[in-house]
Design a protein around this ligand. Structure first.
Ligand code: ZN
Length: 247
């Protein structure tokens, strides 16, 4: 009976453990200005997807939410919070329209450049415009990536669809309640943001106030905030444990 009780406790823990990965696509300065201080205070890592052809290695005085991050600002976030860097291709073009040679360049060179800039292995690829096809996935495998993230709907399946990870896009018109219900429905959730700003103007802006409320919700409900690679490793570990239990 005692072991049954322990088993039930483990079962409950397994049911309530939830993981969220915060993705910020394209690398806007507002992430450094409006989001990073809060996430750093909470030790919440995140995934930043970048297309290095447009990265600048110079100081930019402009504090506009809408400019791109500099290499220095990204390095600071890596040093203090160990954020995850994902490749978002080299030039952010629709890869399905490119030749095999161009795809190879976008996938291989973006990984090499990002690794050289930031001294961190790049294992995640974020498809520009969420567009991908088989030859693109094959090239990711060839070039040593581990995961591919889309903007598809659906449940995360690391086992069968590691190269087609779905995500919830959070935009100007997305209600906070909608984001929360998405998290509650899934054990693993990937949330995709572009810009977090005080007053959302464009479709890819999301309100800073709502974002802060979301972080409060994650804290209150003890939801784990992890990077994509960490999420994959947690899933793998749980799978191993399940297999081990059955033996
Ligand atoms: Zn993008």
């Amino acid at each position: 009976m005692f072991s049954g009780l322990i088993f039930s406790i483990f079962l409950i823990i397994e049911i309530i453990d939830k993981y969220v990965c915060l993705n910020f696509d394209d690398g806007y300065y507002c992430i450094y200005k409006n989001v990073y201080p809060l996430l750093k205070d909470n030790k919440f890592k995140f995934t930043l997807s970048l297309f290095p052809a447009h990265l600048k290695d110079e100081e930019i005085k402009n504090k506009s939410d809408y400019r791109l991050l500099t290499i220095k600002e990204i390095k600071e976030m890596i040093c203090s919070l160990d954020i995850e860097i994902a490749s978002h291709s080299l030039t952010h073009r629709d890869l399905t329209l490119l030749s095999d040679e161009e795809i190879e360049k976008e996938i291989k060179e973006s990984k090499e450049i990002l690794e050289r800039y930031f001294g961190k292995e790049v294992l995640v690829f974020v498809y520009p415009y969420g567009k991908y096809e088989n030859r693109i996935i094959k090239n990711l495998i060839k070039n040593g990536y581990l995961l591919g993230r889309t903007t598809n709907h659906g449940k995360i399946d690391f086992f069968l669809k590691r190269w087609e990870l779905p995500a919830k896009e959070v935009r100007k018109d997305t209600k906070l309640s909608e984001v929360i219900s998405y998290i509650n429905k899934n054990k693993y959730s990937i949330l995709v943001f572009h810009r977090i700003v005080e007053k959302p103007k464009y479709i890819w802006d999301y309100s800073k106030k709502s974002f802060f409320s979301l972080i409060e919700y994650l804290k209150e409900n003890n939801i784990k905030v992890v990077t994509l690679k960490e999420m994959y490793e947690i899933w793998r570990q749980e799978l191993r444990e399940k297999i081990y239990k059955k033996e």
